[in-house]
Structure formats: structure tokens, C-alpha cells
Design a protein around this ligand. Sequence first.
Ligand code: NAP
Length: 306
Amino acid sequence: MENVVIIGSGCAGLTAAIYAARANLKPLVIDGQEQGGQLALTTHVENYPGFPDGIMGPELIENMRKQAQRFGAAFKAGAVSEVDITKRPFKITAGKDAYEAKALIIAAGATARLLGLEGERELIGRGVSTCATCDGYFFREKAIAVVGGGDSAMEEANFLTRYASKVYLIHRRNEFRASKIMIDRARANPKVEFVTPFVVEEILSPKGHVEGARLRGLEKKEAREIAVDGIFVAIGHDPNSTVFKGKLEMDSNGYLLTKHGTLTSVPGVFVAGDVQDHRYRQAVTAAGSGCMAALDAEKFLEEHTD
Ligand code: NAP
């Protein structure tokens, strides 16, 4: 029987593990699909406080893991396939392994959607990015593309004009999901060129980093090539919440809903990080909510000694 099982080993899960371990709860962290979460997939992180020269994402997350281990957190590889949170102790299944826990912290994160193009995943950190806030700074005076037609794409296109010399906004339709004010702002920005209805057919990277994109028009089927150093894919995120469907409250996009910080509708189950946050999505905000979840779990266990 575990005191606390933490699902997810990204920034939120590891911060929860550090706090829970320092409270002598000996937490068990189940790594999840992507050990280290989204930080493990980023390059230089310059906005995490405490690192004046920045730090590589994988190094930052590895440091957090070591810090949690130092205080006694245990880790298990594997992704959670089933949970029973109808009564305590909660039952968590990850493949062939089953665990019981007095409290549960869900920090399963969200996965940025990719376009599904050849080489796209390998080019993350070499011109392909899913995070303008994280990587925009590296594209000073460069031409870049943003793909998508939602609020994220509009926001990122506008934000990236702070750095980029030009931003192509590529969207597969002439209509946008984004709110009117966000579209108007992007349209009014002289650095943003709307390219619609177009899709990216190929990322051009002859030397192993992005140099351009081959586009295809969906009305006239015309081909177009653009020279860009960066491609920001802003086509949404999927919260990793499938196993909690019907068990915990979530919004229409699958983000888990919390009340009073990290508490859920099930006493003893707490939620932290991007699996419940589609607004801020920063390493530091995920870490902050991981800390809150551990403090909430500690308090819950103090009050429920059965
Ligand atoms: P979203 O609203 O779901 O939009 C995703 C966009 O990506 C859509 O335009 C969609 O095109 C496109 N897309 C999806 N799959 C694609 C594919 N395979 N290839 C090409 N294009 C694809 O996602 P989001 O923009 O990340 O926003 C998520 C939520 O956060 C929304 O509720 C949004 O309002 C909110 N948000 C708010 C703000 C703000 O208010 N400041 C900022 C960011 C996000 P189609 O339209 O053709 O399907």
C-alpha cells in the first residue's frame, strides 16, 4: 500500500514528488508515456527561474528527478492503463503492475499535437517547436511559420513578431476557430502573412534543421515553397486524461476540472500541471501546481489516517 501515487514524471509530477518525499510520504511516481514530460522534448529553457544562463529542458527535468530520488521518491516505468477511484484505497494499474494508494496525484500532462509529417518529431529543437513562449527568442530576425487557426495560433503568431522578421500563418481553412479579436489583431500585424487554405506537405531540412516548407493550396491545389527557419505547430494539445473518463469531471476537451486549487470531486485525488491547465502551460506553473497537490495530499492524509 502506497501513501501517495503520482501519475506522471514531468515538472508537475516531480515537484509533487519532491514535496511529498520531504513530508516522509515515500511517494511512488509512475513515469507515464513520456518520461520527463514536455520538458524532456524541449531544448534551451530560459524562463525557468534560477538559471540566469538558461538550462536544457532534459537536464532541468533530470535534476528534478534526482532531487525527488534524494528524498526517497520511488519510480516505476510504464503508463497507467486503468484506475479505480470509486473507493479508497485507490487502485492503479500500469500494464502488468497494480498499485494501491491512500492518495493519488494526477500529473499526467498534455501532449502537443503534431502534424504527422515525416521527420517532424526529429526536428523538434531544430526548427520545429510547439511552444512559442519557450522558443520564440531563438528566431530573432528570422522568417518563421505558425500552423493552426485557433486562439493559440493567433496568439503565437502575434507574440512571435516580437522576434521574427516575418510570420506566415498557415491554416487549412479560410475560417478560423480563433476569437475575432485575436484574428483581427493578427491581421492588423504587418509582419503576419495569412496563407489559407493551405497545408504543410513537407518540412524542408536538407541539413538537419528547418530551412523551409512545401505547402499545398486546398482550393487550387497549387504548390508553394516558403523559406523559414522555424515552424511552430499550434494545432492544439491533448490532455492525457483518457483513463479518467467518466471517473473525474473534465471539460469538453478532456482537461480535468479542479476546485479549490488541486482538489477534484473525489476526496484524496488531486490534479496538477497541464492535464488540468490549457491556459498557462509553463514549466514553472506546472511545478507550482505540483507543489500544491503534494501539500493538499499531505493534509488529506493527516486528516484521513484510516
Ligand atoms: P483549437 O482551438 O482546438 O484549434 C486548433 C487549430 O488547429 C484549429 O484551427 C484546427 O483546424 C487546427 N488543426 C487541428 N489539427 C490540425 C492538423 N492536423 N493539421 C492542420 N491544422 C490542424 O486549439 P488551440 O488554439 O490550442 O486552443 C485550445 C483552447 O485554448 C481553446 O479553447 C482556445 O480558445 C484556448 N486558448 C485561448 C487563448 C486566449 O484566449 N488567449 C489562447 C490560446 C488558447 P480546424 O479549425 O480546421 O479544425
